[in-house]
Design a protein around this ligand. Structure first.
Ligand SMILES: NC(=O)C1=CN([C@@H]2O[C@H](COP(=O)(O)OP(=O)(O)OC[C@H]3O[C@@H](n4cnc5c(N)ncnc54)[C@H](O)[C@@H]3O)[C@@H](O)[C@H]2O)C=CC1
Ligand SMILES: O=C(O)CCC(=O)C(=O)O
Length: 526
């Protein structure tokens, strides 16, 4: 039975799902050294934000297949290291959207009405109403940085509260922002005009310290900042100084440059600052959502099924995946075949997606072709996660072309690879029952059912040649299952594709090439 390590607190519903297929060990709060020691035992890890899955932990893992992050941000996982090792990283992109958005809105209202301090004051037996006069959010301007899932929900609620909405998101269209009721502006305008600024972006090199001394200098002295996204998007030292000097009116932070927040002068500030311990996703509903979402994906991957929200392989809706699955098999077979025809050391792979395959959902087909191409060299080390990165590291130049007008079959795929034995191409399609057919080799039309052992020849189309090859194979006790010849003109060049019941013995290729009229011969083993 596979083993799953749950190293952060996860809702029981997730543990129950995993327990159907695996032994589940819940060990929370382990130091990194302990994780490095025990990770070789595990096939899967399930985490929230506390566990940092570092390169060292990933390198120590010997059978880890999947890391499941019960939440959105995967910045606590070294995704490139996982990818290189072929480990799938999955998350729950939507499970805590509402929780995080509501936390940001709660922070905004709490800042406006000083709720945490007022509450503390009453609990301290005071009745101080003057100190806690607040401001309304109605008709104020909210600047939303990052108009994705959480930012959009914040926008919808803020709009209902009568706020004016500005947004900055370089990856969102004006039409989408219009639909949400936001005016898309550049960051400079947002900083200058907003009364409240709420951050809903991932932490990346571009977004690190996007709020710092320079940006704060552009803000209104009445501005309030809310960060329920990631620590480090705000420069905490610059923020502290700005709050002390009254350059802005307040800040509400759920996330910090270092978590848990250690010694920090932010703690010493008054009602202008609200701090929560990374609670954005901490609602009962969100924790059930993310636990189910991620546990189901871990279960599926352990059962050999694809994950629906992998961050390091092309994601696909399950329905789309169902349609694409036979094409993935086709692409892998063709990739494997063309890699062998090209003789390894492939420099370039041209992938031509034709007919229905020319749509944008077919990216995984490209990955499958690369997986097939590299499978001779890397065997089980290559998978859907690391195929693209392995191809890149080997310097394989991948060119994709899409042609929806080629309609010989509903969808077909042509791969051309240039390697040690020159440039070769194979085209394949699926028959009605999803059976794979090779429909051309080096542009010569054929109709071949690929089998484990195959022989390809390039020869002159002339009488007697097929018989000679047949006799030669017979003399080596190799049984021919089927044979196909493809030619463009009579007595010109032709290809012969033989499916064999037996592997070709050593030395036979050299004999085949000696047959008069044979120009080249290749073996392929699938
Ligand atoms: N405090 C908490 O507990 C939680 C925090 N989060 C964090 O909230 C953030 C947003 O999450 P979602 O809305 O689900 O993600 P999302 O992917 O739906 O949205 C992120 C948006 O940021 C935009 N973006 C990316 N780079 C940008 C840049 N340089 N400038 C401006 N916009 C940029 C993207 O175009 C996208 O629209 C993530 O960092 C996530 O980790 C999410 C859930 C809970
Ligand atoms: O697991 C948590 O509570 C943190 C959630 C979070 O930050 C995220 O989903 O990105």
């Amino acid at each position: 039975m596979p083993k799953v390590l749950v190293s952060d607190p996860i809702d029981q519903v997730g543990i129950d799902i995993l327990s159907q297929v695996a032994q589940v060990d819940v060990k929370t709060g382990l130091p990194a050294e302990e994780l490095i020691k025990i990770v070789p035992e595990y096939d899967a890890m399930m985490i929230r934000s506390e566990t940092k899955v570092t390169k060292e932990i990933i390198e120590a893992a010997t059978q880890l297949k999947i890391i499941g992050r019960a939440g959105v941000g995967v910045d606590n996982v070294d995704v490139p290291a996982a990818t290189r090792k072929g480990i799938v990283v999955v998350n729950s992109p939507e499970g805590n959207t509402i929780a995080a958005a509501e936390h940001a809105l709660a922070m905004m209202l709490s800042l406006s009405r000083h709720i945490p301090e007022a509450n503390q004051s009453v609990k301290n037996n005071k009745w101080d109403r003057k100190r806690f006069v607040g401001t309304e959010v109605y008709k104020k301007t909210l600047g939303i940085v990052g108009l994705g899932k959480i930012g959009s929900h914040v926008a919808a609620v803020a709009k209902a509260m009568g706020m004016k909405l500005l947004a900055y998101d370089p990856f969102i269209s004006i039409e989408r922002a219009d639909q949400i009721g936001c005016r898309l502006v550049d960051l400079d305008i947002l900083f200058r005009e907003a009364d409240y600024i709420t951050l809903h972006i991932p932490k990346t090199p571009e977004t690190t310290h996007i709020i710092g001394t320079e940006s704060i200098a552009k803000m209104k002295p009445t501005a309030r900042i809310i960060n329920c996204a990631r620590g480090g998007i705000i420069d905490e030292i610059a923020l502290l100084q700005a709050l002390r000097e009254g350059k802005i009116a307040g800040a509400a932070l759920d996330v910090f440059e270092k978590e848990p927040l250690g010694e920090s002068e932010l703690r010493s500030l008054g009602k202008e600052v609200i701090l929560t311990p990374h609670l954005g996703a901490s609602t009962a509903e969100a924790q059930v959502n993310v636990a189910v979402d991620v546990a189901e994906q871990i279960r599926d991957v352990l059962l050999g099924l694809p994950a629906r929200s992998a961050v390091n392989i092309p994601g696909l809706h399950p329905d789309a995946l169902q349609t694409l699955r036979p094409y993935l098999q086709l692409a892998e077979t063709l990739g494997n075949m063309v890699g062998q025809l090209a003789g390894g050391r492939v420099e370039s792979l041209n992938i031509r997606l034709q007919g229905d395959l020319a749509n944008n959902q077919s990216q995984p087909v490209v990955v499958a072709a690369l997986k097939g191409l590299l499978s001779q060299a890397l065997r089980e080390r290559v998978n859907y996660v690391n195929a693209s990165i392995e191809a890149k590291e080997r310097g394989i130049h991948v060119i994709e072309t899409r042609d929806a007008d080629v309609r010989d079959y509903s969808g077909s795929l042509q791969l051309s690879a240039k390697g040690a034995l020159g440039e070769h191409s194979v085209t394949g399609a699926l028959l009605g029952d999803n059976e794979i057919r090779i429909t051309s080799v080096d542009e010569f039309p054929v109709n071949v059912d690929p089998t484990q052992h195959m022989l390809f020849t390039l020869h002159r189309d002339m009488p007697g040649i097929i018989g000679r090859i047949g006799s030669l194979l017979g003399s080596f006790n190799v049984n021919i299952a089927s044979m196909q010849v493809g030619r463009k003109i009579v007595r010109g060049d032709a290809v012969m594709v033989l499916s064999l019941d037996d592997p070709l013995p050593d030395g036979i290729l050299a004999e085949i090439i000696k047959v008069p009229g044979i120009k080249d011969a290749y073996t392929v083993t699938l």
